[in-house]
Design a protein around this ligand. Structure first.
Ligand SMILES: [Zn+2]
Length: 324
């Protein structure tokens, strides 16, 4: 299958293709060749995003070719390759295929496009276990969860770990540990909350911890839900990204082409989120991730059958949107 060969060709450039690095440049150069073979005219915009166009392209599809240091083969790349395949199968359709720059370190490129389409559809691997759990190859993404980040500091008192009785301690790490469990219990259903980083002072085996700072990352599908989650956890976010709901013709077309497909909210940010935030009617199609949904890891996997279904569905949706 050509799409799988192309995934391998991009991966062979290097596992880590940081945004605006020579490795990302090489991936864009390869994709430009494939775009031209698919009958698209290529150009690069002022942010370095690669565009392949045919005719008056008001409908775009694509994703990103940069990657994280521990990346697998599918994240981002599948969306670009699927869009090229779909464009080739729709030779009469005015379409745009785009490879955005530096998604993993921003998104940077999709925030700086010179112009916006009238509709955007992104194919992406799920990067989670939901579709695998449901036994479903494809899922329709209805939006991207909002995200609040911050940190909480617990103050205690440094004391000798051998001579200070247990009832005479002010142990900041014990307080922080209770908070970690509290954060974990606050999130349920489609909301998630994580303490992923802990700083302990003085961080010595024989000293009662005096000061502990923990990170909080909380995400929820709606603004109200996110606000309630932040309040329940009890922290002051230092950064807040509001949820984005997808809507309009691309979402309607996906629902028509895939009746009964499960609908999901993405917990991760994507280029599609940026375009939707800019007012572009946008939708995303998730392809089932195998191996428990592992991502940003070499074990990242989607099957040939599922990828073929994803490309078929994308082709139908783009045809519906771009052809009169
Ligand atoms: Zn991605």
């Amino acid at each position: 299958m050509r799409a799988l060969d192309r995934l391998d060709e991009i991966a062979a450039i290097g596992q880590y293709r940081r945004g605006y690095s020579p490795e990302e440049d090489a991936a864009h150069a390869l994709a430009a060749v494939w775009m031209r073979e698919a009958g698209l005219e290529t150009h690069v915009d002022s942010a370095g995003n690669l565009h392949g166009r045919r005719g008056n392209a008001r409908v775009w599809s694509g994703s990103h070719l940069d990657s994280v240091p521990t990346a697998g083969r599918f994240d981002g790349v599948l969306g670009v390759i699927s869009a090229i395949e779909a464009a080739e199968r729709l030779p009469g359709a005015p379409l745009g295929v785009v490879a955005f720059r530096a998604e993993e370190t921003g998104p940077l490129g999709s925030r700086r496009v010179d112009e916006l389409p009238e509709a955007f559809v992104e194919v992406h691997i799920e990067q989670g276990p939901v579709l695998e759990g449901l036994g479903e190859p494809l899922g329709i993404v209805t939006g991207v969860a909002g995200q609040a980040r911050g940190s909480v500091t617990f103050e205690g008192r440094a004391d000798h770990a051998g001579t200070t009785p247990m009832d005479a301690r002010a142990d900041a790490l014990v307080e922080a540990a209770r908070f970690v469990l509290h954060v974990h219990q606050c999130a349920r259903d489609a909301a998630v909350a994580t303490v992923g980083a802990v700083e302990v002072e003085p961080n010595a085996v024989n000293v009662v911890p005096a000061r502990v700072t923990v990170s909080v990352d909380a995400r929820a599908p709606t603004a109200d839900w996110l606000a309630a989650l932040v309040a329940a956890i009890g922290f002051e976010p230092s950064s807040l990204v509001q949820p984005v709901g997808f809507s309009g013709a691309p979402l309607e077309a996906l629902r028509e082409m895939l009746p009964g497909a499960p609908e999901l909210v993405s917990g991760a940010g994507h280029d599609a989120m940026v375009l939707a935030s800019a007012g572009v009617p946008t939708a995303m199609l998730f392809v089932r991730s195998l191996n428990g949904g592992v991502s940003h890891h070499p074990d990242e996997l989607s099957s040939e059958d599922d990828i073929a279904r994803g490309i078929d569905a994308l082709t139908s949706v783009l045809g519906r949107l771009a052809l009169p």
